[in-house]
Every structure is written in C-alpha cells, then in structure tokens.
Design a protein around this ligand. Structure first.
Ligand code: SAM
Length: 222
C-alpha cells in the first residue's frame, strides 16, 4: 500500500490524526526533503525511517519503490508542505503503483490553494488550478488561455517572481479583473490582499508585502 500523506503548510497543528498514525505505522516515509520532514516527525515523536524522493530522483527511484511495495512494505509519500502530487512529486509514483496493481490511499489534508480560494471572496463553485506558470517556453500561451477562462483560476508563485506575474496578469486579463493574493497561509504573517489586478500591481511594486509563499487567485472573464 502506498499512502499519500498531506503535511502542514504552516501551523504544525494542521495535520490529521490519521496522517500522524499513518506516518507512525508505515515502514518507510519518502520525503521531498528529509531535513524539512524531520522537523515535523520530531515534533510528533515519530521515528519512522525516511528516504529522499524528489523531482531530481523520482524517475530512477520510482521503480525501486514499486519493488519494495510489491515486496510488502508500507510506504508513505510526503512533500515539504501540503499534498504530495499538487505541484510536487507524486504523479509518477502513483501511476507506477496503479500499473503494478498496488493500492494507493490518498489522505485528505492541507493544500495551499483550497484556503486561498475559499477566503479569496472570488467564486469557488468552478475553478481552474494552474499551479506554477512556465518561466519561459509556453508562458504566453498559458497566460492567453488563463485570461480567456470564464471562471476563477489559481496560480502558485514564488516571491521572486510575483512582480512579473502580476504585471503580466494585468496585461493579459486587464487591470479591472478582481484578484486576491494569499500569502503565508497558516503562518504568523498570513495575509490576504484583495482588489483588482491593478490594485495588486501597485502593492507588489511597492515590494514590501510580497515575502513568503504566495497563491494568486484571479476572477474569471465576464
Ligand atoms: N504541495 C503543495 C500544496 O499542496 O499546496 C504545493 C507545493 S508548491 C512546491 C509550493 C507553492 O505552494 C508555493 O510557491 C506557494 O505558491 C504555495 N504555498 C505553499 N504553502 C503556502 C502557504 N503557507 N501560503 C501560501 N502559499 C503557499
């Protein structure tokens, strides 16, 4: 059995009892960054062995993990924060497991875009999750597509690239589009900046409000 275990995106209390029990009971935890996950495990006094499983080794590691699962090991996959497989490694392993007839259990739990969306004040009945925009190739195509969507869309962004991101969203979607920048969710400096894309451009150009991890939510066209 492979378990996908979501971990806190900020406050360490944002983890389910089931997630903690699973992390205690499995034979091995695959972690995106073992140093990051070690802090969580130490906090909850969990001593399960860990191995690294991340974007740089997932291609060659996946086969070995499948073999271990077939041999009867119980393995959990975690990422640094939030849900494995959401803008984080997971998909390759899940697909390989399913192809090999291994059961996959995905535990419900924290992921950054859900609180960002539900508190944004933008319609959440239909939405598109984009994740990270490509930095170079294909970026314009994605922005053109996103601008044409009739419903809310969601982007993940790093603080280093937020200025460019908001500037381009203004160009493609127009300055009047309602939007929300949700930063440092579930952390001490949690903050929601709501307004039009023009308002957000003004804030990020001033530069002082764009530290930390950020989710960008933009209302649909029309
Ligand atoms: N797997 C994660 C999830 O389920 O949300 C996403 C991982 S992705 C590598 C990291 C991005 O998620 C960040 O750049 C940011 O856009 C978003 N993110 C993660 N934690 C966040 C937080 N506490 N507040 C705001 N955004 C966050």
């Amino acid at each position: 059995m492979l378990y996908l275990v979501p971990t806190p995106i900020g406050n360490l209390e944002d983890i389910s009892l089931r997630a903690l029990r699973t992390l205690k009971e499995v034979d091995l935890i695959l972690a995106e960054d073992t140093r990051v996950s070690k802090r969580l495990l130490q906090h909850y006094e969990i001593s399960t062995p860990m191995q690294a499983y991340h974007a740089h080794n997932e291609h060659h590691k996946t086969k070995k993990v499948v073999e271990e699962l077939l041999a009867g090991k119980r393995i959990a996959l975690v990422s640094d924060a939030g849900s494995p497989g959401i803008s984080d490694p997971g998909f390759l392993l899940v697909r390989a497991c399913l192809e090999a007839g291994i059961e996959v259990q995905s535990l419900p739990g924290p992921t950054a875009f859900v609180p960002a969306l539900t508190a944004s004040g933008l319609p959440a009945d239909r939405f598109h999750f984009e994740g990270f925009l490509p930095h170079k190739k294909g970026r314009k195509k994605r922005l053109t597509y996103l601008a044409s969507l009739p419903h809310t869309f969601i982007l993940y962004e790093s603080p280093h690239r937020i200025q460019r991101c908001i500037k381009e969203l203004n160009e493609y979607c127009g300055p009047e589009r309602p939007a929300c920048l949700a930063r440092e969710l579930s952390k001490i400096h949690e903050e929601y900046l709501r307004g039009t894309l023009a308002d957000l451009a003004e804030v990020v150009e001033r530069g002082h409000k764009v530290k930390g991890e950020i989710v960008v939510i933009v209302g649909g066209d029309g």
